[in-house]
Design a binder for this molecule. Structure first.
Ligand code: PNS
Length: 165
């Protein structure tokens, strides 16, 4: 049974994330979405909110209904070992994503000694979502713009509520 982890901050989960998870599920028997902390970003939503929003969005689509969602409490590689993942799957919208992702993939490879069977797999993002980034979604929402068509149902309300806190 092949197991993959789709990690990310998911602050919040977007339609672009959902596309990558759905396509990952077509390649692997089991997919676990790992809601992690990116030390270089400060999150708007709590980890619990990010997990819950990802869970309900994935459950709503039959293609991802069996995808698990869990918080990554520490290092991603430790989480991958725990769930016995053979791959970390990340979407790439373009070159800037690759530039950000490659050092993380190589660091994860370093941390696993390079030979423990966890490979990073990059999946090209659907061009419909090239402009869809969690940071831009939050920016648009912060200044009163519409985000409903960029995120799964329920996420826009959660973002607005978090911005009002
Ligand atoms: O959605 P993001 O912010 O691009 O995802 C990055 C994330 C959260 C996957 C990355 O920061 C991560 O793996 N964090 C967990 C802690 C960790 O393992 N850090 C070292 C990774 S090189």
């Amino acid at each position: 049974m092949s197991i993959a982890v789709c990690p990310g901050s998911f602050d919040p989960i977007t339609l672009g994330h959902l596309d990558i998870v759905r396509r990952t599920r077509q390649m692997f028997d089991v997919v676990v979405v790992g809601v992690a902390r990116n030390a270089s970003k400060s999150a708007l939503l709590t980890a619990e909110e990010r997990v819950e929003l990802a869970r309900s969005a994935l459950a709503a689509d039959p293609a991802t209904a069996d995808v698990q969602v869990a918080e990554v409490p520490g290092l991603l590689v430790d989480f991958c070992r725990k769930v016995r993942a053979v791959a970390v799957v990340k979407g790439l919208r373009g070159g800037a994503d690759f530039d950000a992702e490659l050092p993380m993939a190589l660091m994860n490879r370093h941390l696993t000694g390079g030979s423990t069977g966890i490979e990073t797999v990059f999946v090209p993002g659907d061009p419909r979502y090239t402009h869809v980034a969690s940071s831009l979604v939050k920016d648009v929402a912060r200044f009163g713009g519409p985000i409903d068509d960029l995120v799964p149902p329920g996420v826009a309300d959660a973002v607005h509520a978090a911005l009002a806190r």
